[in-house]
Write a protein that binds this ligand. Structure first.
Ligand code: HEM
Length: 345
């Protein structure tokens, strides 16, 4: 039910999501995506110049108990948002016309990589006029939603996960980043890779410190990759061994841009829930990198430049690799969920 509501809001009400964000605390929001629905209210992931934020807004009519009430409350919330912003709400019968590209700010203006581009996976038909970074984002956003919506991940994000879940996830990150950072090292001299990597991205030292803090000095003997992580790492190794730079970038993009986006929200949530202050969540600390928003914009510009050097088949192949990277991440969450269920049985 939740997925249906959020999908509908993200597919058909992108401008309304943004309006709600602007009305409820983030006046400079450039993107807003609905990420959750509960009996008490809705949750949005909001991007503004300061970074990403999670916004929870209570339903205007109070707690709800039945599905049809959600629609009523979302409409009510939209009207409250309009009222706060001094905007005339559209009549009830009129559909929200603004899909991502119709939102009036062009398709790729700086800072407009909003969650508003939450298209279903594209068929490429609309990609001709889009910069490559936007093509990648829009055509893989459905896979992003699958990853983000995997119940193991969603539980962590919603505060339903245990500290052990977080520790188990961090251990998987360690194996992923061993492969990813070795792959980046392997292609580091290739001019096509310039513009994507920065030494400040390196996550292994932070993961080692986090795992020592969370598990103890013997952490190395106490962690193992789940099968999906092993397969993910093997795929990254394979891509790097082939010397396929765009393939390495596909994996690099999927992880690091994610860590700099939703990862920042996850870190806040986990740190608060489990009382972690720096130690244990260093993996998400990119302060040495400077402004995450600037870095992401530069990264997208590098993707756009790369796109111009690739032919259509190479672009399609890279897109497939991004989607595969998301699928690996989703599979890791599924395996972690299975391992958790098995441990509880
Ligand atoms: C609860 C989990 C998650 C949440 C709440 C979340 C949220 C977000 C948000 C709000 C953005 C948009 C940021 C922006 O507009 O700049 C974003 C972007 C992104 N996320 Fe996630 N995310 C989650 C999980 C993941 C996972 C598991 C991955 C893959 C490993 C991932 C990879 C990405 C990538 C690559 C982007 C950049 C897309 C682009 O702009 O090209 N995310 N995420």
């Amino acid at each position: 039910m939740v997925a249906g509501v959020t999908k509908h809001m993200n597919d058909d009400h992108t401008a309304d999501n943004l309006l709600i964000a602007k009305a409820f605390g983030y006046p400079s929001a450039s993107a807003s995506r609905m990420v959750g629905v509960s009996v008490d209210g809705g949750a949005w992931a909001v991007t503004d110049p300061e970074g990403e934020h999670e916004l929870s807004v209570a339903w205007p009519g109070g707690t709800i108990s039945e599905r049809p009430e959600i629609r009523r409350e979302v409409v009510a919330l939209y009207r409250v948002a309009c009222e706060r912003l001094g905007i005339e709400p559209r009549p009830e019968s009129e559909p929200a016309a603004q899909r991502a590209h119709g939102a009036g700010h062009g398709h790729h203006g700086a800072g407009h990589h909003g969650a508003g581009s939450a298209h279903p996976a594209g068929d490429g038909a609309e990609s001709a006029d889009q910069p490559f970074s936007a093509v990648i984002r829009t055509s893989s956003w459905g896979d992003h939603s699958d990853s983000e919506g995997a119940s193991f991940m969603e539980d962590i994000m919603r505060g339903r996960g245990t500290k052990q879940d977080y520790v188990d996830l961090s251990a998987q990150h360690y194996f992923m980043y061993l492969a990813l950072e070795a792959a980046a090292e392997r292609v580091s001299a290739d001019p096509a890779f310039a513009g994507f990597h920065s030494d400040a991205l390196a996550r292994i030292p932070a993961l080692e410190a986090d795992l020592a803090h969370l598990i103890g000095d013997d952490w190395r003997e106490r962690i193992a990759p789940v099968p999906a992580t092993a397969a993910y790492a093997a795929r990254i190794d394979e891509v790097a061994a082939e010397g396929w730079v765009a393939g390495v970038i596909a994996h690099h993009y999927t992880r690091y841009l994610g860590d700099l986006s939703g990862g920042q929200m996850i870190a806040k949530r986990v740190a608060k829930q489990h009382g972690l202050d720096g130690a244990g969540v260093a993996f998400y600390d990119f302060s040495e990198l400077g402004s995450p928003a600037d870095f992401k914009n530069e990264y997208r510009a590098a993707l756009d430049r790369l796109g111009e050097t690739l032919d259509e088949a190479e672009r399609a192949r890279m897109l497939d690799e991004v989607r595969a990277a998301y699928a690996f991440n989703t599979a890791v969450f599924v395996d972690l969920g299975k391992a958790k269920a098995a441990a509880a049985a």
